[in-house]
Ligand binder design. Structure first.
Ligand code: AMP
Length: 290
């Protein structure tokens, strides 16, 4: 790869010094995964020996699906965020064919994999993840970023088991109400499946869906077809199976988030203060997750 044509670095204080990156600065290691538009590799920056994840995206693919604008937006948003529960984007570079994102390495990979492996999570783990997510979302909301595509596949874990929100592909930076239908049906709030205007409260709904999925192993409105999921969301057809056994406090939190009227959903501050979170969440965000 030729030396990169341009320099793009995070401009917050804790960022590495502004510099031009290129593929020559990295030793490439094992592939970590494959996404919709490219591959992710373990890599080491040669000078500092700093371990990162390099996401390599082919420009042709991005242009084919007319996603240049969205990718640019995703990168700008992620570069501006600096929080322990949001995956860092340290910088990026490109050549004629590829765009490479220099990402924080999440050693334990997808939370989804952990969930599938164990079926469902303990209340301590679930509460720790929900508290971490809530703190990350409070940070994002404060910066006027609504994520809108939070789901287990977009949640990664670092070497200590700390949750990291990744993939800002559908996020949007806006103070006004939005009107675009996007995201995955199972995690969508009623106002989104109905294509009505929505705001920050869509992420609070998703926290309720995720809390349920962490504890029971499946999202609450899962159905055979998209149409049935749509119907169940619209009816708020929420049922708590008797197994696995889940505490009354956890069900209380879920019921206060999966509320049709978005203004009546528990606020992020109230989630952090909820008795179930206070009792179960590890304040360090790792709950010595093994
Ligand atoms: P993506 O293209 O973002 O969907 O990434 C594809 C897959 O690569 C993900 O599902 C993860 O398993 C893995 N992956 C992506 N980013 C990272 C990262 N920063 N650290 C570790 N694994 C990652």
């Amino acid at each position: 790869m030729s030396r990169s044509e341009s320099t793009h670095n995070h401009n917050e204080q804790s960022s590495p010094p502004l510099r031009k990156w290129s593929m020559d600065d990295f030793e490439i290691g094992k592939p970590l995964g494959k996404g919709k538009f490219g591959r992710v590799y373990l890599a080491r920056e040669i000078k500092s020996k700093y371990i990162v994840a390099l996401k390599v995206i082919f420009k042709q693919q991005i242009e084919k699906y007319r996603l240049s604008h969205q990718l640019k937006r995703e990168m700008e948003i992620q570069m501006s965020l600096n929080h322990p529960n949001v995956l860092r984007l340290y910088g990026w570079f490109h050549d004629d064919e590829r765009i490479c994102l220099i990402l924080e390495y999440a050693h334990r990979g997808e939370l989804y994999r952990e969930l599938r492996k164990t079926g469902h999570l303990s209340e301590k783990k679930a509460a720790t993840y929900i508290a971490s997510l809530t703190q990350a979302l409070a940070y994002c909301h404060q910066k006027d970023v609504i994520h809108r595509d939070i789901k287990p596949e977009n949640l990664l874990l670092d070497h200590e088991g700390r949750l990291k929100i990744a993939d800002f592909g559908w996020s949007v930076q806006s103070k006004s109400k939005r009107n675009t239908m996007c995201g995955t049906l199972d995690y969508l709030a009623p106002e989104m499946v109905e294509n009505r205007a929505h705001d920050y409260a869509v992420d609070n709904w998703t926290l309720g869906v995720l809390c349920y999925e962490f504890l029971y192993g499946n999202p609450p409105f899962e159905a055979e077809t998209q149409k049935d999921t749509f119907r169940r969301i619209m009816k708020i057809d929420l049922m708590f199976p008797s197994l696995p056994s889940v505490s009354r406090e956890a069900k209380d939190l879920i019921s206060r988030l999966l509320v049709r009227d978005s203004s009546k959903r528990l606020s992020l501050q109230k989630i952090i203060e909820h008795p179930w979170i206070v009792k179960n969440a590890d304040p360090g965000g790792t709950c010595s997750v093994k």
